[in-house]
Design a protein around this ligand. Structure first.
Ligand code: DSN
Length: 421
């Protein structure tokens, strides 16, 4: 296919063998290239990572760990896993790394398995205040199997209330305290959380999925020196392959490794493990450190732009890669805003704001992130253009105007090509 230089000869082969799937791959590439990707948990991984993902390592079963596998023929994949582990330990200054979790949720299941038993009490951030399903939602294993007590943010400033957290910890004596969220735009005070964990004898677990890329780029403080265990995904700001990872103190290494395999997973996805190694090498470059700083400044600019358009950034702005926007001033709810933006070629998600009067399926907010657009090369000026696109899209249900915005979105993204020839 002449317009798919990115995919190369293997794509030509696929096009002949399975045109249906080839067409989907092509359409998805075009969607990612032309629309604005503002989902805070997404990014554009490098071609080098994609090459590792699409490699023959996908064929290999490697249950166990390097040098202690349950299958023969693991000499080469062992090398990839050892490189990934060494790079993770070096990048984050961690005593131990497990690079096998298939996803963030898988990594979190392993953390529960390593440190708790069903029925134990765990303290974690409530989902409506920005937490995650695996932090105790009643529809998730965490909420079904554990006694999860939730903490939230203060209504006055929408920041974590560490006094409330300490009071809850003293009252409930949790086995483990989880910090980390999917929609919290501010930094977490890990020193304070460590002090609370020490006071009540709890394991300190940080689910760093959202912000670990900013830590890797040395743009925000690291939880690694404080936490017993840090879990995360590798595909958000970190810009690696879809997958998970766990860092821990050396004292917890055996428990973590046993919890991942054979506790929770069988064979690791070795192509993804190799992809993680590639991404970690990229993250150690000075250019990635600049990227991480740019992600934050772009997101701050986007939040300012949306505030200039009359919307309100939760907690007054952002110190990270994501902003949570209260859009009640527009008289449009999150669900409708999400749909209208989608029709205008702006991909974001509706999101509950703290103390949201609307249901989780409707919400009063949107969440925007700058990881992907920053990879694409957009800067501060473009963030203000994006804010005006979002404001115009939310304000109209007219198909003509939404199509017009989409044209302008595509004109903008065409100036910042990704995965180009
Ligand atoms: N689904 C991710 C997010 O969008 O934040 C969290 O796992």
């Amino acid at each position: 296919m002449s317009d798919t230089p990115f995919y190369g000869p293997d794509f030509d082969l696929l096009s002949k063998q399975d045109p249906d799937i080839a067409e989907i791959l092509l359409s998805e590439l075009h969607r990612q290239q032309s629309d604005l990707q503002l989902i805070a948990s997404e990014n554009f991984t490098s071609r080098a990572v994609l090459a590792a993902l699409g490699s023959t390592l996908s064929n290999k079963y490697a249950e166990g760990y390097a040098g202690k596998r349950y299958y023969g023929g693991c000499e080469e994949v062992d090398k990839a896993e050892i490189l990934a582990i060494d790079r993770a330990k070096s990048l984050f200054g961690a005593e131990h790394a497990n690079v096998q979790p298939h996803s963030g949720a898988s990594a979190n299941i392993a953390v529960y398995a390593a440190f708790t038993k069903p029925g134990d009490t765990v303290l974690a951030m409530s989902l409506p205040h920005g937490g995650h399903l695996t932090h105790g939602s009643k529809v998730n294993f965490s909420g079904k199997w554990f006694n999860v007590v939730s903490y939230g943010v203060r209504q006055s400033d929408e920041l974590i209330d560490y006094d409330e957290l300490r009071d809850l910890a003293i009252a409930n004596k949790p086995k483990m305290i989880c910090s980390g969220a999917t929609a919290y735009p501010s930094l977490i005070d890990f020193e304070k959380v460590r002090a609370i964990c020490d006071e009540v004898g709890a394991i300190m677990w940080v689910d760093a999925a959202h912000f670990i890329g900013l830590v890797a780029g040395k743009a925000i403080p690291s939880p690694v020196p404080y936490a017993d265990v840090v879990s995360f995904t590798t595909h958000k700001v970190l810009r690696g392959p879809r997958g998970g990872m766990i860092l821990s103190k050396a004292a917890h290494a055996a428990a973590i490794d046993k919890a991942v395999f054979p506790g929770m997973q069988g064979g690791p996805i070795m192509s993804a493990v190799a992809g993680k190694a590639v991404a970690l090498k990229e993250c150690a470059q000075p250019s990635y450190q600049k990227y991480a700083l740019d992600v934050i400044s772009n997101c701050q600019e986007l939040a300012k732009g949306l505030e200039n358009e009359g919307m309100r950034a939760v907690s007054g702005g952002t110190q990270t890669h994501l902003a949570l926007i209260d859009i009640r001033s527009t008289n449009v709810n999150g669900k409708v805003a999400d749909q209208r933006c989608g029709l205008a070629g702006i991909v974001l998600n509706k999101n509950a704001i703290p103390f949201d009067p609307e249901s989780p399926a409707v919400t009063s907010g949107i969440r925007v992130g700058s990881a992907a657009t920053t990879t694409q090369g957009l800067g501060k000026a473009e963030m203000h253009v994006i804010a005006s696109f979002i404001a115009r899209a939310i304000a109209t249900e007219a198909e003509g105007e939404l199509s017009q915005i989409k044209k302008e979105v595509h004109a903008l993204t065409s100036r910042f090509p990704i995965y180009a020839a």
